[in-house]
Design a protein around this ligand. Structure first.
Ligand code: MEV
Length: 424
């Protein structure tokens, strides 16, 4: 998005879907194909779906919404989110509005270095084998590069090697090759490298080749984001202190950390799904990273500072702006145009910021009125839509007159959305 386009769009929640699309069109972010795709209701032609996976019988839709108010590294960003859970998009937008009052989110992502693993079993002397493998570093990296010449030509390739003895007794050893994958998520490239170097690894170390595959714990591809939010924006010093206490609770207790991280992933996953990312890989990596110290910990923390809070998050995040479904899925292409990230690293910072916003919104609600009131208002809205909306059929339609009973609830729900979105 150009510097002078704002991610704050006045009264967006009040408009009908067509008007919202017109507002987006006016920003000039989308090409004609993307606009036509969204205007037709989104979706995926069955013929395209049939090429994407196996045994296709239909497609399965999710609502696609836009989170507003995000400012990330001094750039306003519209965040497309695909999610079935009410309040996730409104909550992220609301938290982003509070954070932008203090300048928005800032962050940085590591270079896109993925990890290839080659497993060896029955290695006779693992320490000696590890020494020989390390001595052969240059030829192993060259063998990996030879398998991905186009990525090497684009500036990527094998950067480093690490040997880990998992069990000297059983002769189990694993070689990591660290591969720079550009703007791709990189799974295919890394698997190619792992398979290509395995025979050489075995010749050097002895033993039996086992698995040759990426690790989804991409510790060398981490993202870090931070946000400051003032007491006033949060609704007072007591709420801010409550959020800091909630954060400490998550640091002390893996049961709470799990739910804390679920709230963080609510926003990150919804944006990742809209943007065609491998959210299973993201989830696996995030939770493994959360427990790397030996105890499951929160991915984000909130610390009290004079006049407000500072939030910080760090996690591995393997995402791409090229490859995968970005090539075939019109909705993913539209979502990428909306978010406007010029690189996979920039996309990672946006996604982690959305996670931190979701986490802040959840903790703020929990530390003040609790989560249920707002949640239930939005659930009611969904229920009211189910019984009166165009999608209702005989199975879901209320007995005659019941639609009227839901009218006040719809009005209440719409007020709830306005509150949640903070008048965006
Ligand atoms: C619900 O989807 C997410 C929360 O449980 C997160 C949290 O407890 O922090 C509200």
């Amino acid at each position: 998005m150009s510097q002078n386009v704002s991610s704050r769009i006045s009264g967006f929640y009040k408009r009908c879907v067509e008007d919202r699309l017109r507002a987006i069109q006016a920003l000039g972010l989308l090409d004609e194909d993307a606009l036509a795709h969204l205007a037709s209701g989104g979706g995926l032609p069955t013929a395209v779906a049939d090429r994407m996976c196996e045994n296709v019988i239909a497609t399965h839709a999710l609502p696609l919404g836009l989170a507003l108010n995000f400012r990330v590294n001094q750039r306003d960003v519209l965040v497309p989110m695909a999610v079935e859970e009410p309040s996730v998009i409104a909550a992220a937008s609301n938290a982003a509005r509070m954070v932008r009052l203090s300048g928005g989110f800032s962050g940085e992502a590591d270079p896109p270095i993925m990890t290839a693993q080659v497993q060896l079993d029955d290695v006779p002397d693992t320490e000696a084998a590890a020494g020989r493998l390390e001595a052969a570093r240059a030829s192993l990296l060259a063998a990996g590069d030879a398998a991905i010449p186009r990525m090497v030509a684009r500036g990527g390739g094998c950067r480093d090697l690490e040997v880990r003895v998992l069990s000297a007794e059983l002769g189990v050893l694993v070689v990591h090759l660290y591969v720079e994958v550009g703007d791709a998520m990189g799974a295919n490239l890394v698997d190619t490298v792992a398979e290509a170097v395995a025979p050489l690894v075995q010749r050097i170390a002895g033993g039996t080749i086992g698995l040759r595959i990426l690790s989804n714990l991409s510790v060398r591809r981490r993202v870090r984001v931070t946000a400051t939010v003032g007491d006033d924006a949060l609704g007072g010093a007591d709420v801010a202190s409550g959020i800091a206490r909630a954060s400490r609770f998550a640091e002390l207790d893996p049961y709470r950390a799990t739910t804390h991280n679920k709230g963080f992933m609510n926003g990150l996953d919804a944006a990742a799904v809209a943007l065609g990312q491998d959210f299973r890989a993201i989830e696996a990596g995030a939770h493994a990273y959360a427990s790397l110290s030996g105890r499951y910990r929160p991915l984000s923390t909130w610390e009290r500072v004079p006049g407000g809070l500072v939030g910080r998050a760090e996690l591995p995040l393997a995402v791409g702006t090229v490859g995968g479904s970005t090539e075939v899925h019109a909705g993913v292409r539209a979502a990428l145009q909306l978010v406007g990230a010029k690189s996979a690293r920039e996309l990672a910072v946006v996604l982690a910021s959305v996670g931190l916003a979701s986490n802040l919104a959840a903790l703020r609600a929990l530390a003040s009125e609790g989560i249920q009131r707002g949640h239930m208002r939005l659930h009611e809205r969904k229920r009211a839509l189910a019984v009166t909306g165009t999608g209702s059929d005989e199975a879901t339609a209320p007995p005659s007159g019941e639609g009227k009973r839901f009218a006040p609830e719809r009005a209440e729900a719409s007020r709830a959305v306005q509150q949640a979105e903070g008048g965006t």
